[in-house]
Ligand binder design. Sequence first.
Ligand SMILES: [Zn+2]
Length: 46
Amino acid sequence: MKDPVCGEDVKNTSYKYVYKGITYYFCSPMCMAEFKKNPEKFVKNK
Ligand SMILES: [Zn+2]
């Protein structure tokens, strides 16, 4: 799966966040924090 924030492939699935019933995976806590700040921004340009 891909990190929706930076677009990197995510191999380590420790950082995940469920938004509107979909689980997103992140490469780092920083990317996850960015996503939480404004999820719509990253969901739209999927
Ligand atoms: Zn990332």
